[in-house]
Design a protein around this ligand. Structure first.
Ligand code: GRG
Length: 313
């Protein structure tokens, strides 16, 4: 049996290690030098992209790429590049989600949101720039020498981030809020699950699958990390919904209490507080069980599932 205390300390150490390493990679990728076929890197746009991408954050998604890559025998440098691509997509989504046309938030990661710090047009373009750069990175030979692996990564990220993934989930969320017809929708448990699987879960799932793609893992291992990522995504969102109800804005780094104020359908609204907490426990256990093909090697990822469920920010 895994020693929870040791695994917890090891998990925190690994997460911090990835956060430090990914920060350096993101910084390098957002440097001022133009690349082949680029004409110029406009200073204000570069600065805003750096503000959005380098301003803190737990770096959980790159951590998932690095850890699953290690389990599947892929190189850490390559995992950090794929992780950087994923983090860029995540950061773009946060900047766009904070815009007045979306959630209209003033605070993100404990700092002014991008449109508050700059202006709306710059925040939109910074997000666009980060999204595009993510696919640029995945297409580079330094991310993986095998073009089929790179194409697989590009496809998987596009599917997770786009119409049938995160962007589609955001659309379902806005529609449920009554943005397009003025009627707040009463969502059932399955509606909330679908919406959140797309909006939040799809990128976390990609983080786990990316490691298996990079490591050209067996079908069994890819299916295992895919399932782990799917369960982790749901756990992450339930924890997020609980933080919105029970969290403290200063610790969470953004406004809380917004879901109830908007009458939004969340895991808490459909399952109740106790039901959501019980579901969270089940998900953590199932996520841990999904990693059984990796045996004891998966102890850090198992702790990651607990961390996601118990996080305070
Ligand atoms: C605008 C295209 C578009 C999509 C927006 C993911 C998303 C869709 C919006 C983010 C809004 C939000 C707060 C969702 C809840 C879950 C979530 C993604 C929380 C933030 O992720 P963390 O906790 O953040 O990993 P850090 O700052 O640690 O990176």
């Amino acid at each position: 049996m895994t020693d929870v205390t040791d695994a917890g300390a090891l998990f925190r150490q690994r997460l911090e290690g990835v956060a430090t390493d990914i920060e350096a990679v993101l910084d390098r990728l957002l440097g001022p030098a133009t690349l082949a076929e680029e004409c110029a890197r406009p200073a204000r746009l570069m600065e805003a992209m750096r503000y959005v991408a380098l301003g803190g954050g737990k770096r959980l998604r790159p951590f998932l790429v690095v850890e699953t890559a290690a389990l599947c025998g892929a190189k850490r440098d390559q995992a950090l590049l794929a992780g950087a691509a994923l983090e860029f997509v995540h950061c773009y989504s946060l900047a766009h989600d904070d815009l007045p046309a979306m959630d209209n938030d003033d605070l993100r990661r404990g700092r002014p949101t991008a449109h508050k710090k700059y202006d709306e047009a710059t925040a939109i373009l910074a997000g666009d720039g980060l999204l595009t750069l993510a696919f640029d990175i995945l297409a580079r030979p330094e991310t993986h020498p095998n073009p089929a692996v790179r194409a697989d990564l590009v496809l998987a990220l596009a599917r997770g981030a786009g119409l049938g993934g995160m962007v589609g989930g955001q659309m379902l969320d806005l529609a449920a809020e009554g943005r397009f017809d003025g009627t707040v929708k009463k969502l059932g448990a399955e509606d909330v699950k679908l919406l959140q699987t797309m909006k939040t879960g799809a990128l976390l799932r990609f983080g786990c699958v990316a490691g298996a793609i990079l490591g050209e893992a067996s079908k069994e291992k890819r299916v295992a990390v895919d399932r782990y990522g799917t369960l982790l995504g749901e756990a992450f969102q339930i924890a997020d919904d609980l933080l919105d109800v029970e969290g403290d804005a200063a610790t969470v780094g953004k406004a809380t209490g917004k879901d109830a104020a908007l009458g939004k359908g969340t895991f808490v609204s459909v399952l109740g507080l106790d039901g959501a907490k019980a579901r969270l426990k089940t998900l953590v256990n199932e996520a841990e069980a999904a990693l059984s093909p990796f045996g004891a090697q998966a102890s850090v990822l198992k702790m990651a599932a607990r961390f996601v469920a118990e996080r305070k920010a």
